[in-house]
Design a protein around this ligand. Structure first.
Ligand code: ADP
Ligand code: MG
Length: 631
């Protein structure tokens, strides 16, 4: 063993860099945050070779005083906080004072800056050395330029972990996207190897913001999203942004952006609340898409949890969870035909795709962005084939997404087994067609192959998937009835005893009342033992101890649980599926109209219980397009 000695500042910084600087994207994150903290309104980024060779950022922020330039590159040097109180209410993105020190210890860094009251710019450069070179004059407008060359040139071990130029650039671009989504009021330019990748002007109006989202993420997302903006006066919480329609779901959780006070975060509580909000409307294994912004008192959130600050800790977990869940759940439940929202793909888009010339490829991106257009397209292909169109080659053959289409088609077929069953709840009469205003889903005109209802409304043709729609209507009705009647519970002949942690047992004890409301009687038998004496009739056949364990797990972690509700809903959904009208059942016109009216009244009726769309609109224009009319 050798004697103890202090590390050189350079080595200490390189060690710190291990935490913060993983790849070019991490450098970009840090320097972009600095520009935003400096109040920049325009940021330009030039990147070469995925950022490994060069990252150059220019901003028009407040700049750095000449005398502070070297300090900016030292560790634990920051202009953003002075004391613990500042830290607890921190509003800036940075505050640790180690980003520039870390980056400069593993690259060749040049920092040039000029403040408003200086008449010239000043520059410092490092070559990964301990001593910072002299401050020298440099021509520069107000603002700062940070140039980072040859990342990891002096740390070969780290350099080895870098991936291809393309991969590194993808990561870097993702960081820029997040920043650009976090601050609509700032203009961003990103160039890679001299090519402009993103050029975004400040976005003020809703329309401009939506355009920015479309260009950064996907036009399909914004076409299939709803704007949310809800504030809770009492708690000072505000949630705004865009939530994707349930029918616009993804196979991966890759279109989920959540910002807390302008900072993108990944958080279990948030993710859980949102998953729950979509729980009842999403096809199994699919992920919702959203871009959401939460604003709250900085004192209520601890951002100093992780060096890269991707994680936060909420002081009031339960309040935050509840607020996010309630807000988004409400919006999703309210998607109904009367809003004129077209579920899944819009008729116009379908028409456009159909009228594409044979052989003309519809971009792959369109396919990956949404599952539903595929489903929709496949149906359209069938009908187009009959009318002499041959659009099939143009988009469906030999694409990787075809397998996905098949899977959906078979899933779809499974929903329509060739069997008859009684139709419940659709026994209304044909509404007045003459003087009354046409209802959103219009009036039925025919039934197609026992599967679809065709209806006419003001815009044109409405096509309804009869089984899917009826299933949702029945399901929502069953849920309402279940809530109205309350929970009936029954005692267990032999009480079930279960082993839990003492924290879970404490929780069960504290929440005995909540459990009682849900129809459970649970008692504590020991430090780590619970016994279930009574449970809701509807859950008699369920694996109760597993359910209770899941519920307690949620309660301990999130302060609340929807597991029982979810489980009950699953049962109701199964019953609804069996209880709703099957394919090949002939419906009378009044029966069809009754179903259309029910859909208009029913929450979440835009998609079936599996997250598939229940109806679609084809406008007269779309139909004209199919026949090349007016072209
Ligand atoms: P932190 O952001 O945590 O304070 P950094 O190492 O990232 O630490 O930056 C150190 C300091 O340098 C900042 O506190 C800020 O005063 C200054 N600084 C860095 N980048 C800029 C910039 N683009 N414009 C103005 N000041 C900057
Ligand atoms: Mg910083």
């Amino acid at each position: 063993m050798s004697r103890i000695h202090l590390l050189t500042p350079r080595l200490a910084n390189q060690i710190a860099a291990g935490e913060v600087v993983e790849r070019p994207a991490s450098v970009v994150k840090e320097i972009l945050e600095n520009s935003l903290d400096a109040g920049a309104s325009r940021i330009e980024l030039d990147v070469e070779q995925g950022g490994v060779k060069l990252i150059r950022l220019r901003d028009d922020g407040q700049g750095i005083e000449k005398d502070d330039l070297s300090l900016a590159l030292s560790r634990h040097a920051t202009s953003k906080i002075r004391n613990l109180d500042d830290l607890e209410a921190v509003q800036s993105l940075g505050f640790r004072g180690e980003a520039l020190a870390s980056v400069s210890s593993v690259s060749r860094l040049t920092l040039t800056s000029r403040t408003a009251d200086q008449d010239a710019g000043w520059q410092v450069l490092t070559e990964g050395r301990d001593m910072i070179a002299e401050v020298s004059p440099a021509a520069h407008p107000q603002g700062s330029t940070v140039e980072v060359r040859d990342l990891f040139f002096n740390t070969p071990a780290r350099r080895k972990f870098l991936k291809t130029e393309k991969t590194e650039f993808k990561h870097l671009e993702e960081v820029v996207k997040r920043m650009a989504l976090s601050r609509f009021d700032v203009g961003f330019t990103l160039r890679h190897n001299q090519k402009v990748i993103h050029q975004l002007r400040p976005a003020v109006t809703d329309a401009e913001q939506e355009r920015r989202i479309a260009s950064l993420l996907s036009p399909a997302f914004i076409e299939n999203a709803m704007k949310v903006d809800v504030s809770a006066e009492a708690s000072g919480l505000r949630l705004w942004g865009w939530v994707g329609l349930p029918t616009f779901s993804r196979s991966q959780a890759d279109l989920q952006y959540f910002f807390v006070n302008g900072r993108i975060i990944r958080d279990k509580v948030v993710a859980h609340a949102l998953r729950q909000a979509y729980q009842d409307v999403l096809y199994h294994g699919r992920h919702p898409a959203y871009v959401l912004y939460m604003e709250l008192d900085p004192k209520l959130v601890d951002v100093n949890v992780h060096p890269t600050k991707h994680e936060v800790r909420f002081r009031e977990t339960r309040l935050v969870h509840d607020f996010i869940f309630r807000t988004t759940h409400r919006v999703i439940a309210d998607i109904r035909p009367e809003q004129g929202l077209e579920p899944a793909i819009s008729g116009a888009a379908a028409g456009a795709m159909l009228s594409a010339a044979p052989g003309q490829a519809v971009s792959q991106q369109n396919f990956e962005q949404s599952r539903m257009p595929l489903h929709q397209l496949q149906r359209d292909v069938g009908s187009a084939a009959g009318s002499g169109f041959s659009t099939h080659n143009s988009y469906s053959s030999d694409r990787p997404s075809v397998g996905q289409v098949r899977e959906q088609i078979s899933g779809y077929a499974a929903l329509h087994p060739q069997q008859n069953s009684g139709l419940e709840g659709a026994s209304g009469s044909l509404a007045e067609t003459d003087n009354a205003e046409c209802p959103p889903l219009g009036y039925a005109i025919a039934q197609l192959h026992g599967v679809f209802i065709l209806a006419q409304n003001d815009a044109g043709l409405v096509v309804v998937d009869m089984h899917a729609a009826h299933e949702r209507v029945v399901y929502e009705r069953m849920k309402l009835a279940y809530e109205a009647e309350g929970v009936r519970s029954q005692p267990l002949l032999v009480p079930v005893s279960m082993a839990v942690s003492s924290a879970e047992a404490d929780c069960a004890e504290e929440r005995a009342e909540v459990f009682a409301k849900l129809g459970f009687e649970i008692a504590r038998m020991g430090e780590e033992t619970l016994v279930i004496r009574q449970l809701p009739v509807s859950l008699a056949s369920a694996d109760v101890s597993k359910l209770i364990l899941d519920v307690l797990g949620d309660m301990v972690q999130f302060g609340t649980s929807q597991k029982i509700q979810e489980h009950t809903n699953e049962l109701l959904a199964t019953m609804a599926c069996h209880g709703s009208v099957r394919a090949n059942r002939q419906l009378s016109i009044p029966e069809m109209n009754a179903l259309l009216r029910d859909m208009e009244q029913t929450e979440r009726s835009g998609q079936c219980n599996h997250g598939r769309p229940t109806w679609t609109q084809m406008s007269m224009n779309d139909l004209d397009g199919l026949f090349m009319r007016g072209q």
